[in-house]
Design a protein around this ligand. Structure first.
Ligand code: SF4
Ligand code: SF4
Length: 116
């Protein structure tokens, strides 16, 4: 499953540069599928969603750092453990029960975003 940032976040920003998928954004910032990935133009995601990778998307949170579930792979394919959770000083990066995925699905997402 993806990782989610809870409302205990203190907006320190430590997690953002650690994410290998550029799935973490500062509150109120727009996000894109293309940020930090190989995705560009119209693409069909592994979950079947049809998206424009270059289009700016609405922030998930206006106040706190947030994680884009479609881009988070729990760091699978890059690291042994979620890097955001490893650096967060208040332990507010936790599994997102609403976005459960198998290891295979997570690795598939990783390969889709970073095929090289
Ligand atoms: S678990 Fe890894 S991929 Fe997911 S948001 Fe945290 S650092 Fe990014
Ligand atoms: S490291 Fe933790 S407290 Fe800091 S911005 Fe990220 S989620 Fe928030």
């Amino acid at each position: 499953m993806a990782i989610i940032i809870t409302d205990e976040c203190i907006n320190c920003g430590a997690c953002e540069p650690e994410c290998p998928n550029t799935a973490i954004y500062e509150g109120a910032d727009d996000w894109r599928y293309s940020d930090g990935t190989s995705l560009t133009g119209n693409v069909v995601l592994p979950n079947g969603k049809d998206v424009d990778a270059d289009e700016a998307q609405e922030p998930v949170s206006d106040e706190l750092y947030y994680i884009v579930p479609d881009k988070c792979t729990e760091c699978k394919g890059f690291h042994e453990e979620p890097q955001c959770a490893a650096v967060c000083p208040v332990d507010c990066c936790v599994p997102d029960e609403d976005h459960e995925e198998t290891e295979e699905e997570l690795l598939g997402k990783q390969r889709f975003m970073h095929p090289e």
